[in-house]
Design a protein around this ligand. Structure first.
Ligand code: MG
Length: 370
């Protein structure tokens, strides 16, 4: 029996993880649950999966409560599905304790980068990505050795605004940005998909997870979201992972790794799949992707700064305080203020705090001017 802690259990990833476990009750036992706010759904989940009420809590973003739940002695796998930077204590605790971290919260790895990898080395924990692209890369990498990898190709759906000009993007409303063409996800990541910041953060995530240089990570727009990413090897062979867009597949892989669960999610019906198409991303219309490469290459506190600025900007956009185009402007302006170095968890927290202060001031200025 594998013990699983699901932190962020009432969100999109959390509910889909419980759906996977529902069909594998004899192999997996849910031992801890954390919800941000939804106490009613949390109580129903705890009752259904037999979780001790002391280990099923609404934590909000409380770092101590999240760390405590991640440290459950019977949790072999910790699924970090907390939204945003608030997921950092879960990532750190799970790895410190040598557990398997099923990582859906990319922000903690992006902001923590070197610090998280150091904790992973010392604690002996393992990260299995839940992000669909990184799950695909994780699978493709089994086809060769690290020295044989030439390029990692992350696919992007392009989001709801693919093909739009800057003039058209100036008119975008919150409702438009929340309509993702292929994936059904939470609000933060859906907005990040519309700006391509999600893909940019995934570039940094791929660098941290797999140790591949930024020059070897490329983004390919693939609107059907059937190829979830690819790895090109030195002999010219490209290995791709294909499935219909269904997060239960990467969640199941993270639970069962290195094995696969006997439950098909996202299996392809080839009689209905007519074409797979590819484009290069438009960096002029979607500058967030270029900003992420810039922050990743700069290293130090830059990824933490960009990710924090982006959380503030996305919140402000969702609250209708700034227009969609301003999200990239806030991010660029905060990043340009310069960043410090990051070698401890305290440094990561400080980089995040300073970036939020800068971002809020810029948002206030923009909102007043509008
Ligand atoms: Mg993804």
């Amino acid at each position: 029996m594998t013990g699983v802690a699901i932190l962020g259990s009432t969100g999109s990833i959390g509910t889909q993880a419980l759906d996977v476990i529902r069909s594998h009750r004899s192999e997996y036992e849910v031992v801890a649950l954390a919800a941000g706010r939804n106490a009613e759904l949390l109580a129903a989940q705890a009752a259904e999966f037999g979780v001790d009420p002391r280990w099923a809590r609404t934590t909000g973003d409380d770092p101590e409560a999240l760390a405590e739940l991640a440290a459950h002695p019977d949790a072999d796998v910790v699924l970090n599905a907390v939204v945003g930077f608030a997921g950092l204590p879960v990532t750190i605790t799970a790895l410190e304790q040598g557990k398997r971290l099923a990582l859906a919260n990319k922000e903690s790895l992006i902001a923590g980068g070197a610090v998280v990898n150091e904790v992973r080395r010392k604690g002996g924990g393992e990260i299995v990505p839940v992000d669909s692209e990184h799950s695909a890369v994780y699978q493709c990498l089994r086809s060769g050795t690290a020295g044989e990898v030439l390029r990692v190709l992350l696919t992007a759906s392009g989001g709801p605004f693919r093909g739009k000009t800057r003039a058209e993007l100036a008119l975008v409303q919150v409702e438009d940005a929340l309509k993702h063409p292929t994936w059904d996800m939470g609000a933060k990541i859906t907005i990040d998909s519309s700006t391509l910041m999600n893909k940019g953060l995934e570039v940094i995530e791929a660098h941290e997870l797999f140790g591949v240089d930024y020059d070897r990570i490329e983004v390919v727009v693939h609107p059907q979201s059937v190829i979830h990413s690819m790895v090109e090897f030195v002999d010219g062979a490209t290995i791709a992972q294909l499935s219909m867009p269904d997060m239960r597949l990467p969640i199941g892989l993270a639970l069962g790794a290195p094995g696969r669960l006997h439950q098909p999610f996202g299996a392809i019906d080839w009689t209905t799949l007519s074409s797979l198409t590819f484009e290069t991303p438009d960096l002029g219309a979607f500058p967030c992707l270029a900003l992420a490469y810039e922050a990743g290459r700069a290293g130090g506190g830059a990824p933490a700064t960009l990710s924090a600025a982006n959380e503030v900007a996305v919140e402000a956009f969702l609250a209708r305080r700034i227009p969609w185009l301003a999200i990239a402007e806030v991010n660029g302006e905060v990043l340009a203020k310069g960043v410090g170095n990051v070698s401890t968890v305290a440094d990561v927290l400080e980089a995040d705090r300073v970036a939020r202060v800068h971002a809020r001031a810029i948002v206030d200025r923009m909102a007043e001017a509008a």
